[in-house]
Design a protein around this ligand. Structure first.
Ligand SMILES: *[C@@H]1O[C@H](CO)[C@@H](O)[C@H](O)[C@H]1NC(C)=O
Ligand SMILES: *[C@@H]1O[C@H](CO)[C@@H](O)[C@H](O)[C@H]1NC(C)=O
Ligand SMILES: *[C@@H]1O[C@H](CO)[C@@H](O)[C@H](O)[C@H]1NC(C)=O
Ligand SMILES: *[C@@H]1O[C@H](CO)[C@@H](O)[C@H](O)[C@H]1NC(C)=O
Ligand SMILES: *[C@@H]1O[C@H](CO)[C@@H](O)[C@H](O)[C@H]1NC(C)=O
Length: 905
């Protein structure tokens, strides 16, 4: 019966078996009809009709028997098959049907050339495409392909470079994020896209970071194992061997390197892991399907390019963190190992060694060109920064170490940034970075650890010259560090400031004052110290000198006893400032808007003495501490707080510039007088006027405060609120009279020290006051005569006890007599004096007395025992006032007072 089957019917039967997945029937059919079902035809039937869902193991045996030929050479004819399906078809019908079978050709578009003559290879790959495409059963394919790895090189190549990467990518490594391409379209992808897809999940999630190397080894490694990845076209054009290796290229590899350098920019951890976990072109995992295949030359090319990409990646990592920089250093170490160099130390170790960078080629390296090469053409052969050799790795290491020192101190810096600082040598940028670094060292470091600060200084100085000065033993060399344009002095000064700001006084002394090679000369050290002290002062919030900023300021000026001894003017100035400030801490003192007083205010105020005014406003009875306040003023002067004032032109040009001590004392006294009056303490105001204002007064040097204070006191009128006197000296027992006398005394002081233009005003007050006094005396006399009429005044002391303190004895007779004797009003006298003075000074001679002696007379009379006759006192007052006027006017017209002895003539 079998012999009776015509070839078309055999073919139809084969199609039938294949469609039904009856591999056994099919095998028997081929055995019986080997001449009809030639290998190519039966493979086409299988390709076209065998369901793609059929497990590979079901039919791989058949393929093996076709491939080996034993199906034809040793057919097993004992196995029968069922030909009933073609029984009822005539041969003619069968022939017609076969023409409509449309069996697929084994080859497909883009089938590899070397497989075109090999039906089995064509079948296997074509079948694999269809199983993937129609059934999506990529995992079935190893079972189909592996038995044929020895069949032809193209099968192994295909297995390793196409099926294996896709299988691993989609089923083993990232089953949840598969590539959607079919196997066939994956093979057709251009290299760039293929690399991108294969690595699209690599390192994407944190938990994938440990697998970056695996992906490169297991996906890229196999995928590259295909001659199609190489561009050998150039090779053909190239006549000589030496040219050849230069022109040989592996574009696919370039895409891998591009991927790596891109990762460095967008996801630096992935790049670091890649170079950490993967050793490059030789580090491949082909599974059990093969082993290395690169020739030495190709291997060398890929490795050189790999090393360049590693250096390029290192420069591209933008992250400025200790972790990223350590990653960069790991990349460098990797490349050094690859280049058989001695590996560089870790950054931690390197930063304590601070070895010199003694690259002889540095002049060429340290250039603007290098700065540009860090950004552009990183993978170009012409880029000397990424040419893997000793020069480039050393340079990269020293840049990374520089960035690391900045970053770990809290002033983040990337490798590229360090490169820019070193290559462009921009002084401003370098300075800004150095200042930032020192600031971070101060803010972030352990404040009390001297070791930390010693190390910080060493690092700072190393960054300037990368250790060259130490290596060459000379400071006279071109420096190449990231602070190369900064003066060593500048860094030392900044260091010193940081030491002082962090209270490292003895460390500072040991380095800058006691060490034999003093890093800073004396004047620089002193200026820096003074500036640091002032900075601490200005930063202080508490005016107490035992606390915070003031304590620091105090400590700093004592930190260098040889350079800044206590007697040094700068030290004394600061001491005075501290004293003044500290004294203010004893008072309540709030500035506007409720801000409490901070020391710096004293230094920024254009008029620091005005602070005393605030003290007086805010501290009731503060004026009674006049000596304390005067001391503060004096310290303000010694501290130089008023120094800028002396340059101002004086209000009255003809007067010499006033001694700031005296001027301040006068002003503060005047403030106290005003404050006392404000608090209705006339007695104190009066005592300040006569004991202080009058005493300090120097008619040659008018000031705007003293006379006004004296005038204010002279204008004061007693009220019920006025503080009662605690004792009464020789003054009038009548409090009104006493008060008026005191006022007149104040006014006479005012007359003496006021500028001429103001005299009229003062004299108006004077006259009124005098009139009141006369009226008061008259009233008193009237009352006395009334008392006399009533009887013995001595018998009624109680009449006065309410207003007159005990011990004061009235002598009515005396005061009456005095009034009678008063020849003319003090004011009239004064006015007359004035008029005469303008014509002939000597006419005034009877009134002349020097201001100084007058003042002491007034004071003396006040303190005199009660025995002094009252007349004398009135005379004195008059003389004082008029004499003042005369000398005041005399001074006005430029004449000298005449000696008193002349007047008697
Ligand atoms: C490293 O390569 C650069 C660029 O080709 C070259 O200028 C430099 O001299 C090389 N350095 C060493 C140590 O060979
Ligand atoms: C100290 O050094 C500064 C700056 O280096 C310099 O200007 C100054 O003249 C030096 N002073 C002395 C006394 O050497
Ligand atoms: C300024 O004061 C603050 C706190 O008051 C302190 O933390 C800082 O270190 C001070 N700076 C200097 C330079 O003394
Ligand atoms: C009053 O004055 C007269 C004359 O000046 C004097 O003799 C007399 O002792 C005085 N009386 C008293 C109590 O001081
Ligand atoms: C001023 O008075 C004196 C005598 O006291 C006289 O000698 C002199 O000439 C007078 N001068 C004028 C300018 O009147």
């Amino acid at each position: 019966m079998t012999a009776s089957l015509s070839p078309p019917r055999v073919l139809l039967l084969a199609v039938h078996f294949a469609t039904k997945s009856d591999v056994q029937g099919l095998t028997a059919l081929v055995a019986h009809h080997p001449n009809v079902l030639r290998p190519e035809l039966i493979l086409r039937v299988l390709l076209t009709c065998l369901p793609e869902t059929l497990r590979s193991s079901e039919y791989v045996g058949l393929i093996e028997r076709i491939e080996s030929g034993d199906l034809y050479a040793e057919p097993d004819l004992s196995i029968q098959f069922d030909s009933s399906s073609v029984q009822d078809i005539t041969d003619a019908e069968a022939a017609k049907k076969t023409r409509r079978l449309h069996l697929l050709p084994l080859a497909w578009v883009d089938a590899p050339e070397d497989a075109l003559a090999d039906p089995v290879s064509l079948f296997l790959i074509h079948r694999a495409h269809r199983v993937d495409q129609e059934a999506g059963l990529l995992t079935q394919l190893p079972d189909l392909i592996v038995p044929f790895l020895q069949h032809a090189p193209c099968i192994r190549t295909w297995m390793v470079s196409a099926l294996l990467p896709l299988l691993r990518r989609n089923y083993e490594y990232y089953p949840h994020e598969p590539i959607t391409q079919t196997l066939e379209s994956f093979e057709r992808l251009d290299s760039r896209t293929a690399v991108a897809l294969l690595l699209s999940q690599t390192g994407v999630r944190e938990e994938d970071l440990p697998h970056v190397g695996r992906d490169l080894r297991g996906l890229i490694g196999p995928w590259l194992h295909n001659d199609a990845r190489w561009d050998k076209s150039m090779e053909k054009q190239s006549p000589t061997e030496s040219d050849r290796s230069d022109r040989m290229a592996c574009p696919a590899w370039e895409y891998v390197l591009e991927w790596l350098t891109t990762q460095a920019v967008v996801s630096w951890r992935v790049a670091v892991k890649a170079f950490d976990q993967w050793d490059g072109p030789n580090d491949v995992d082909l599974g059990e399907y093969g082993s290395g295949w690169l020739g030495d030359e190709e291997q060398g090319l890929l490795e050189r390019r790999f090393a360049r990409a590693a250096l390029a990646s290192a420069y591209s990592i933008p992250e400025a963190s200790v972790e990223a920089l350590s990653g960069v250093n790991n990349i460098i170490t990797k490349i050094m190992t690859l280049l058989d160099q001695d590996p560089c130390p870790t950054l931690q170790v390197a930063s304590s060694l601070l070895s010199p960078f003694t690259e002889l080629d540095s002049e060429r390296l340290i250039s603007a060109k290098s700065a540009s090469l860090m950004r552009n053409d990183l993978l170009e052969e012409s880029n000397y920064l990424t040419t893997p050799n000793q020069t480039s790795t050393q340079l990269l290491h020293v840049l990374t170490l520089s960035a690391f020192i900045l970053t770990k101190a809290g002033a983040p810096c990337s490798v590229r940034r360090a490169g820019e600082l070193a290559f462009l040598r921009d002084e401003r940028e370098q300075k800004a970075t150095a200042v930032k670094l020192i600031h971070s060292l101060s803010t972030n470091g352990p404040k009390n650890d001297d070791k930390y600060w010693i190390r910080a200084r060493n690092e700072l100085l190393w960054l300037r010259d990368w250790g060259a000065e130490e290596a060459f033993g000379s400071s006279d060399i071109q420096t190449y560090g990231i602070f190369s344009r900064l003066k060593k002095d500048f860094l030392e000064v900044e260091c010193l400031k940081a030491f002082l700001a962090n209270t490292r006084y003895s460390l500072a002394r040991s380095i800058y004052e006691d060490s034999p090679d003093k890093p800073l000369n004396e004047s620089v050290l002193r200026d820096t110290t003074v500036a640091a002290a002032m900075e601490a002062y200005d930063n202080a919030s508490n005016p107490h000198r035992g606390r915070g900023g003031l304590l620091k300021c105090d400590d700093i000026i004592h930190a260098f006893p040889k350079t800044l001894p206590e007697m040094h003017p700068a030290a004394r100035r600061i001491e005075a400032l501290l004293k003044a400030t500290h004294a203010l801490s004893e008072y309540r003192l709030v500035l506007k808007k409720g801000e409490p007083f901070t020391p710096v205010v004293l230094r920024v105020l254009t008029d620091p003495v005005s602070i005393i005014g605030k003290v007086l406003e805010q501290n009731p009875k503060g004026y009674t501490n006049i000596q304390d306040l005067l001391d503060i003023g004096s310290n303000m002067v010694d501290a130089g707080l008023l120094d800028s004032d002396t340059s101002k032109p004086s209000r009255i040009n003809s007067t010499p510039p006033s001694d700031p001590h005296i001027a301040t004392r006068k002003r503060i006294t005047a403030m106290c007088v005003d404050a006392a009056l404000t608090e209705d303490d006339f007695e104190t105001a009066y005592s300040y006027v006569v004991n202080r204002v009058a005493v300090y007064a120097d008619p040659q040097v008018t000031d705007e405060y003293s006379w006004k204070a004296a005038l204010q006191a002279g204008k004061y009128r007693r009220t019920a609120r006025t503080v009662k006197p605690t004792h009464i000296g020789t003054g009038s027992g009548n409090l009104d009279i006493r008060h008026l006398e005191q006022r007149i005394e104040c006014l006479s002081t005012a007359v003496r020290i006021a500028p001429p233009a103001t005299l009229q005003e003062i004299l108006n007050v004077f006259r009124k006051c005098e009139e009141e006094l006369n009226a008061a005396i008259k009233a008193e006399e009237a009352q006395e005569s009334a008392w006399d009429d009533q009887g013995d005044v001595q018998a009624m002391p109680g009449a006065f006890s309410s207003t007159v303190p005990a011990g004061v004895v009235r002598n009515a007779t005396r005061s009456s007599r005095h009034v009678e004797e008063a020849p003319m009003s003090l004011f009239d006298l004064s006015r007359a004096s004035m008029a005469r003075a303008q014509h002939n000074l000597s006419a005034l001679s009877s009134l002349q007395r020097s201001g100084q002696s007058r003042a002491s007379d007034v004071e003396g009379s006040l303190d005199d025992a009660s025995g002094q006759p009252r007349v004398r006192k009135r005379d004195q007052l008059r003389e004082a006032a008029v004499g003042t006027l005369a000398s005041g006017v005399g001074w006005l017209i430029g004449a000298q007072p005449v000696d008193r002895s002349q007047e008697r003539e």
